[in-house]
Design a protein around this ligand. Sequence first.
Ligand code: URA
Length: 182
Amino acid sequence: METNIPELASCQRCALSKTRTRVVIGSGPDSPSLMVIGEAPGKNEDEGGEPFIGRSGQLLFRLLEEETGLLRSDCFVTNVVKCRPPNNRTPNKTELGACRPWLDSQFIAVSPQFVLALGNTASRAVFDHTEPIGAVHGKVISLGPVRGMATYHPAAALRQGPSVVDVMRQDLRILKTLLGKQ
Ligand code: URA
């Protein structure tokens, strides 16, 4: 399911509404073990309407399954910003602020056990981390009753190779231990 926020599909709160093909809302089960939060849709997602359906998503969900046993269908998957920024640039402050209430509403509606934020943008937005992902990945944080962690964005692993993949695997193993204790 997509979480029941009908107004989100026609959102015009920022200028990304003028350049997007569609709003990429996100989807997954209610009360999942895991809510996965990325940065913003890319080209594939803008066209296809689902988060992480390109190469980054393939890598992410392969690693997640291999390290935790969780499948994509076990997770609610979304992004901090729901519309594609032109040329896949990083979302700016105005766009992040305009989209924030949607993420907050989703977080409440979805009610996950655990949150995984991917990369700097999501790590800052979800956990208020001020340090870069290299300094904060793998640290377990409590968001009220929900615990969470940031790890590298899979696009960074695709760019930088096995050293980043290894770190993501280590972080996901910590996640597996926590999920096993729920
Ligand atoms: N990168 C993201 O952060 N999110 C997507 O949905 C796809 C690529």
